[in-house]
Design a protein around this ligand. Structure first.
Ligand SMILES: [Zn+2]
Length: 214
């Protein structure tokens, strides 16, 4: 895909995040991996419905931004994930209502539903709280993403790692739906959790993270 084609797809995905209720206003961001350690990321503080593909920001392998726009304030999280995770082709960060509500409790989402396995294991972890835009938050996010394709960010939102933009968007929608299901099930007590054997079986069926199929 050409550079401008990639920017168009990235912007389409960012707009779709708003349409799907994953983000409101200028919250959240998305990125896609480019060749040679570079990445393309949404700009800071601009509404996606008013952006053009040319507003997307290239960040090179040294972490330097190119172009007229300032990169999203969470660019470090994206940059560090691409360096650490060869399976990452696209990354989405959002503040969706249900995932963010759960993230404010700073607890992992337990195996209350078999689809939790779609994210690589028996839970979806919550990264420790750090100020937005900091290296400390990026480090905590990478830690929470170990062997997983998604995590919550304490008192903040969620991050998902996809093979490509479509996969990342599908994972983000799935995670938000699961967070809604979990919150609903907690309204009438504590849901019965799947055990280790049951979750291992589903993880094996889905295959390793990043290749999950349902
Ligand atoms: Zn954020």
């Amino acid at each position: 895909m050409s550079g401008s084609g990639r920017a168009e797809r990235l912007l389409e995905t960012a707009r779709e995040m708003n349409l799907q209720g994953l983000n409101r206003g200028t919250a959240g961001n998305a990125s896609v991996r480019l060749a040679d350690g570079a990445m393309l990321i949404t700009p800071s503080g601009l509404r996606f419905d008013r952006c053009e593909p040319g507003d997307m920001v290239v960040i090179d392998a040294d972490g330097h931004a190119e172009g007229a726009r300032k990169a999203s304030s969470e660019w470090r999280i994206h940059f560090d994930i691409y360096r650490a995770r060869p399976d990452a082709g696209a990354i989405l960060h959002a503040h969706p209502p249900y995932a963010t509500a759960l993230a404010c409790h700073r607890r992992p989402i337990p195996p209350f539903h078999y689809m939790i396995a779609r994210f690589g294991g028996a839970d979806v972890r919550c990264a420790a709280y750090h100020t937005f835009g900091t290296q400390a938050l990026s480090d905590a996010t990478l830690d929470a993403l170990r062997d997983r394709s998604a995590c919550l960010l304490a008192n903040h939102g969620m991050v998902v790692v996809g093979r490509d933009l479509d996969h990342g968007l599908a994972l983000a929608i799935e995670l938000e739906a699961l967070c809604q299901h979990y919150l609903l099930s907690r309204q009438i007590g504590r849901p019965v959790l799947l055990d280790g054997t049951e979750m291992n079986e589903v993880v094996a069926r889905f295959g390793s993270y990043g290749q999950a199929r349902d």
